[in-house]
Design a protein around this ligand. Structure first.
Ligand code: ZN
Ligand code: ZN
Length: 666
């Protein structure tokens, strides 16, 4: 019987703690259970990660009580969370806290026992059967099945153009795993986790499917977690955090739209689900399938190098043609029409033709609101956020000015706050304005808008999509929400109001994101029998991301982009770590960031360090922020070194430091 327990706690401390096991708990304690332990004069929840006969210090305190009857963490989850801790700069306890549903984190046992199972309604869907596969799909499936049967870990990159039938390959791979007694985890981006997506799985696999996403209540999340843990659900469909689902016989992991940045968590632990999935598949000797029409540069690079196995789907289902793409140079448009217009003549004509033909169109702009900035014509004053260095966006429906970073909201001014003149101008363009301009140009069109403003209410997302699907609306205006996976056979036209919105972000991934968005949104056109057309408006028609997207040429984009990544030394050629130092005082934050940078340099003179430099938006929610960028070939070594430096760095009071490994935003 072990005398001591090694316990991890969910605090930012890079170590575990030893506690003695009192006689009365020696029977019930075991690895993977939660315990109450004394910590700085209070009782907190800890996780037993090991049992031992000796303690690392004298005078250890005793465990107060054991919370669980059954361990909440398996051996595998302990290994996986330790890997997360080593790779993503957090403590073991913080990593563990991320894999356990919030409902049981507080130290209560099984809140679910108070809920009746009737609270969990399992909708019934009509049964669907496997579709026949085309040759490319069968070959893809065959490779994956081989790995499943051989219990070998291999990562497949399924690079399939839009509408090439990736999902059917996923479904049949999962089916094979289930039939051989295994379980499956399927990740999709949060934004794509719509009832339609869930229906595709439920109609094939019935109530074997568990769904995990952030909109579930804590109680429902716990119930799903419990169903999975008890082996009552064999397929987990979910967003990022579903990668930690407690399945015991993992046979395959699938990540759809693997390039999506939403797979990266932006809070502690700042893990990337794709990398965690690879580690988990490795621990379980099972294949991982990464699917995308526009793979991340990192994954494609690995596939080309042979680290991943590349599988291509090059044909659209039913041999549907890819849409024709027209690029419109908005600078020429401005010169010929002598005033700023939201829509080019080409786009207006295309919309008119589409509506006349009884078809549907989607109009895309990745920016919500009405006017993106409000200023005074007389003195030039621009209305800014009180807490951030950002410009407030005018929302017509609510008549409010809103900060899109911190949600600060204020009334739109009638007179200039600075010079008291009444010449207030509303400039810039968001989806609200696009909707209103479209209704001016096409008064008879039935227009719907989809962005985070119109979908804030429960059920509104589905209602808008439903209206569009049934033809109640024939023009859908929206942000990237409309770019994802929806199948609307009547859509023959996609208009991109400005391709430059994502291109002008100060981030080395700006081109990649632009190419992805244009490809995804363009892929919405022509999914029916009528073919499709895409019109892209831009001020930079010669940019390779736009040109390649117009030609549906991923390889062309990749070859240009990878050159610049190599030249500037960015991923996939290097690992990045972003260290952010923030404080309420600008000078104080800058000074401390400088000191920290010097400490890192001293610890490793070879480390490539950029900065400290002000964050792209220096002040956010009242905090001034400075970034230090580290580049290194070896992520583990870099994290280890940084942990050492930060442990001995005397952090002044009032300073906050955040470390983001492989950041997806600068
Ligand atoms: Zn003014
Ligand atoms: Zn703000």
């Amino acid at each position: 019987m072990a005398a001591f327990a090694e316990v991890a706690v969910s605090l930012p401390m890079d170590r575990t703690f030893h506690y003695s096991v009192p006689q009365n708990l020696s029977e019930t304690i075991s690895v993977g259970k939660r315990v109450f332990v004394p910590f700085l004069n209070r009782a907190i929840v800890g996780y037993v990660v090991g049992l031992c006969d000796e303690a690392d210090v004298k005078n250890v305190k005793a465990i107060i009580s054991v919370i669980d009857r059954e361990p909440v963490l398996t051996e595998e989850m302990l290994k996986l969370t330790r890997w997360v801790k080593d790779n993503y700069f957090c403590s073991w306890g913080e990593a563990i806290a991320a894999v356990i549903p919030a409902g049981i984190k507080k130290g209560k046992e099984a809140i679910g026992s108070r809920l009746k199972s009737a609270d969990y309604e399992n909708e019934k869907f009509p049964q669907s059967t496997p579709h026949d596969l085309v040759e490319e799909q069968s070959r893809a499936l065959k490779s994956v099945i081989e790995s499943v049967d051989k219990h070998e870990h291999k990562t497949y990159l399924l690079h399939g153009i839009t509408s090439s039938g990736k999902t059917e390959v996923y479904l049949q791979a999962i089916d094979h795993v289930l039939k051989s007694g295994g379980q499956a985890i399927m990740l999709v981006p949060e934004i794509s986790l719509t009832p339609q997506t869930i229906e595709r799985f439920s109609s094939r696999f019935g109530d074997h499917v568990a769904v995990i996403h952030s909109r579930l209540t804590a109680a429902k999340k716990f119930l799903e977690w419990k169903r999975i843990k008890d082996g009552k659900a064999n397929i987990v469909v979910g967003a990022r955090s579903a990668i930690f689902a407690p399945v015991k016989k993992l046979g395959v992991v699938i990540i759809d739209e693997e390039h999506e940045t939403s797979y990266k968590q932006d809070d502690v632990p700042r893990y990337h689900a794709r990398d965690v999935a690879e580690e988990r598949a490795r621990l379980n000797n099972c294949p991982l399938i990464l699917g995308s029409a526009t793979p991340s540069l990192e994954s494609y690079y690995k596939a080309k190098a042979g680290v991943y196995r590349m599988i291509k789907l090059t044909k659209r289902i039913d041999e549907r043609l890819l849409p024709k793409v027209k690029i419109v140079d908005m600078r020429m448009e401005l010169a010929s029409r002598r005033r700023i217009e939201v829509f080019s003549k080409v786009l207006l004509d295309a919309v008119a033709n589409t509506l006349t033909a009884g078809k549907q169109a989607m109009i895309f702009l990745n920016r919500r609101g009405f006017s993106t900035f409000v200023n005074c014509k007389k003195c030039g004053f621009v209305v800014k956020c009180k807490r951030c260095d950002t410009v407030l966006v005018y929302h017509f429906e609510t008549k409010k000015l809103i900060c899109h970073y911190c949600n600060y909201t204020t009334n739109a001014p009638d007179i200039c706050p600075s010079c008291k003149s009444s010449y207030i101008k509303y400039l810039g363009l968001g989806t609200e304005k696009v909707e209103s301009e479209m209704s001016h140009s096409f008064p008879h069109a039935k227009i719907a808008r989809m962005d985070s403003d119109t979908t804030a209410k429960r059920g509104s997302h589905d209602r808008i999509l439903g209206d569009f699907k049934t033809g109640k609306a024939n023009l859908l205006v929206g942000t990237q929400m409309i770019a994802k996976g929806h199948d609307f056979p009547l859509v023959t036209l996609v208009g991109v109001v400005s391709a430059d919105v994502s291109l002008n972000i100060p981030d080395f991934r700006a081109s990649e994101r632009t190419f992805n968005l244009l490809t995804q949104v363009g892929g919405r056109a022509g999914r029916g029998e009528d073919g499709g057309e895409v019109v892209i408006q831009t001020d930079t028609p010669g940019h390779y991301a736009i040109l390649a997207a117009a030609k549906h040429d991923y390889d062309k984009f990749y070859s240009e982009e990878i050159k610049s990544r190599k030249e500037l030394l960015y991923p996939p050629f290097i690992n990045l770590v972003k260290v952010t130092v923030r404080a309420r005082n600008d000078q104080f934050a800058a000074q401390t960031a400088m000191e920290l940078q010097e400490a890192i340099k001293l610890a490793d003179p070879e480390m490539l360090i950029a900065g400290p430099s002000p964050a792209p938006i220096l002040r956010m929610r009242g905090y001034y922020r400075y970034n230090i960028m580290l580049k290194h070939k070896d992520r583990l070594a870099m994290c280890a070194l940084l942990k050492k430096v930060l442990n001995s760095f005397r952090k002044p009071h009032g300073i906050l430091i955040a470390v983001d490994v492989d950041p997806v935003a600068m």
